[in-house]
Design a protein around this ligand. Structure first.
Ligand code: ADP
Ligand code: MG
Ligand code: ZN
Length: 588
């Protein structure tokens, strides 16, 4: 459609430009005319030199002499002017002599302007109609989804829960003959990148039915009613195929809990949500259509969505545990040239990685191996890729970094590293670097946390201490007036952690075991007291960090010097460096 439009537009544009050129040329050609006073004209008339006078309505009139010359003179604008001239045997024309040169291009110009306007209006009408129209609905069915359960590693419970959906899609009559009702809607919930979309695709792939995917945000449009109409079109399309899996990603964009505060503006969302619910109750179980939706957080969804007969099956997709990570690694390393890679070790190192993060780790490693043209992916590629995935690419141009800044970063990172060794010896310190990353960090310290189901209060406090240690090291070394903005990101984390501890996890005193989010807004919560408790806790942890660093000042200095010299320290370097001082500090 776009090509057609530009082709039609070209013609009037060319005509318009041509006529403009003609107009200009015409004007220039007739511009070099002389001007004579009216009295001189009268004497020319008396001398019978004049052949033609072009009497128009303009202030100047044109005079053509018998010898072919011509000039302008003032228009006397008398009623008898024409008659007088005619009486003297002079031809009078009431058209300007440049008439044809002006009128034709001018006509062409206005013609092309009108045509361009009409064409533009039409195409924009098509576009705006398309916004509402059936054709624009970008949910295209993928018929032969190339995914099966084999492409989903780990998440065995989730796979088990969707297996009967596949059976149902393959043979809905069997289920209805037993009087079994299949859920119409399934919600997959869990952290980003855990494979929710992948699992939904796998269901369609296993059952060999078309897969319709849209995102909740596609339905949230500027125009009221568009979302609802898109929902209806989506279902209409899917039904026309008979069986299908409809997948709605980011369902929270339309199905968020309604709160009373945002009265206006949510009308569009409500309409869309209602359309979805109506469509879902509209088809009956035998039809073989299953709606799967994904969200990062189940507790954000409107309860209307979760009622029986709607999205009544909720499947949690969790971050992979170590065994699942190994499977995901194997899966994504399959079909790639792999050299000496200790997959078990990488499964260990990637704790708290999502499937998507592991996929991108393997991909980065493959890219590095390819750039190096080394023939296969080796451990060193994985190492480098690991840092890239966690912290971004290293900045290549580092010459402009001042020695002073380098020194500050080195103390800051050594602070993190030292505290990590002293209070979290179980988390493996895998890398400390003062090489800035393209993500904006001046340097970073990577430690690999142990896999665990829960994080206890003591652990959280220790993590906060490690995060505070960057600033503490700066302050101890350079004095309180020389602290930098480098700890900005650390404080974002610590603030969030302490606030969650006090208000969400029942680990504080002010609220005790109450959860702040669950308290209704009518309750008078003493926010100041909460903030005070958070601040006091952080303050006391900070002073503890400071004293640990002061006690180990010698090690801090040694680590900093090593960092400035080598820029990056790995696990082995750190072990060597701390061989004489590896006692663990007890935290009160
Ligand atoms: P989500 O929808 O939960 O955000 P995706 O399904 O989009 O996550 O996952 C993104 C990518 O990450 C997938 O295409 C896949 O390559 C990889 N991935 C995620 N989880 C898994 C898994 N369990 N097994 C294999 N690959 C996975
Ligand atoms: Mg997704
Ligand atoms: Zn820091």
């Amino acid at each position: 459609m776009k090509k057609l439009k530009s082709k039609y537009l070209a013609i009037p544009i060319i005509i318009g430009v041509l006529s403009l050129v003609l107009l200009v040329i015409g004007n220039i050609a007739f511009q070099d005319k002389d001007y004579k006073l009216y009295v001189d004209f009268q004497s020319d008339v008396a001398a019978k030199k004049v052949s033609t006078v072009y009497v128009t309505n303009s202030p100047k009139i044109r005079v053509k002499l018998k010898d072919g010359k011509s000039y302008d003179t003032d228009n006397p604008r008398t009623d008898k002017f024409k008659e007088e001239l005619l009486n003297k045997g002079i031809k009078v024309s009431e058209q300007s002599p440049t008439y044809l040169y002006e009128v034709i291009p001018a006509a062409m110009l206005s013609f092309s302007i009108v045509t361009i306007a009409i064409l533009l209006m039409r195409s924009s009408k098509v576009a705006s109609k398309g916004l509402r129209g059936v054709d624009s609905l970008d949910a295209t069915a993928v018929d032969n989804v190339p995914f099966t359960f084999n492409d989903v590693a780990g998440n065995e419970e989730a796979k088990e829960s969707v297996k009967d959906l596949v059976d149902f899609l393959k043979n809905p009559d069997k289920f209805t003959s037993y009087g079994a009702r299949m859920p119409k809607g399934i919600i997959l919930y869990g952290d980003p990148g855990t494979g929710k979309t992948l699992l939904a695709k796998a269901v369609a792939g296993e059952a060999n039915v078309p897969f319709y995917a849209m995102s909740g945000s596609d339905f949230v449009q500027v125009y009221v009613g568009v979302g609802a109409s898109r929902i209806r079109q989506l279902f209409k399309k899917a039904r026309s195929h008979g069986k299908a899996v409809i997948f709605i990603d980011e369902i929270d964009a339309i199905g968020k809990k309604r709160d009373n505060s945002t009265a206006g503006g949510s009308e569009e969302k409500d309409q869309t949500l209602n359309a979805l619910l109506t469509e879902m109750s509209g088809f009956n179980e035998k039809e073989g259509i299953i709606v799967m939706a994904a969200t990062n957080r189940l507790d954000m969804l409107d309860s209307a969505l979760l009622r029986p007969g709607r999205f009544d099956r909720h499947i949690e997709i969790t971050l992979p545990d170590i065994a699942a990570r190994e499977k995901i690694l194997v899966l994504h390393l399959k079909n790639k040239p792999v050299g000496e890679i200790n997959i078990k070790e990488w499964a260990q190192k990637t704790s708290y990685f999502s499937g998507a993060k592991i996929e991108s780790l393997v991909n980065e490693a493959a890219i590095l191996a390819c750039k190096e043209d080394s023939g296969s992916i080796e451990d060193r590629h994985m190492d480098k890729a690991f840092s890239i995935v966690l912290a971004g690419h290293e900045k290549i141009n580092r010459d402009h970094i001042k020695d002073k800044d380098k020194q500050i970063t080195a103390y800051h990172e050594s602070g993190h590293a030292l505290l990590s060794l002293k209070v979290l010896p179980m988390d493996k310190l895998s890398k400390v670097t003062i090489i800035p990353s393209t993500k904006g960090a001046g340097g970073y310290t990577l430690s690999i946390p142990e896999d665990s189901l829960y994080q206890n209060k003591d652990y959280l406090k220790r993590r906060i201490m490690v995060l505070l240690a960057g600033r503490a090291a700066e302050e101890i070394t350079f004095g309180p007036e020389s602290i930098t903005t480098g700890a900005y990101n650390d404080f974002q984390h610590t603030t969030k952690m302490i606030y969650n501890m006090v208000t969400q996890y029942g680990m504080g005193n002010t609220l005790g075991l109450l959860n702040l989010s669950e308290l209704s807004s009518s309750v008078n919560v003493n926010h100041e007291a909460i903030i005070e408790e958070c601040k006091d806790t952080i303050d006391s942890l900070y002073s503890e960090v400071r004293s640990i660093l002061t006690e180990n000042k010698e090690l801090l200095e040694r680590m900093t010097s090593a960092l400035i010299e080598k820029e990056t320290l790995f696990y082995e370097d750190i072990i060597e460096l701390t061989a004489d001082n590896n006692s663990v500090v007890q935290v009160s």
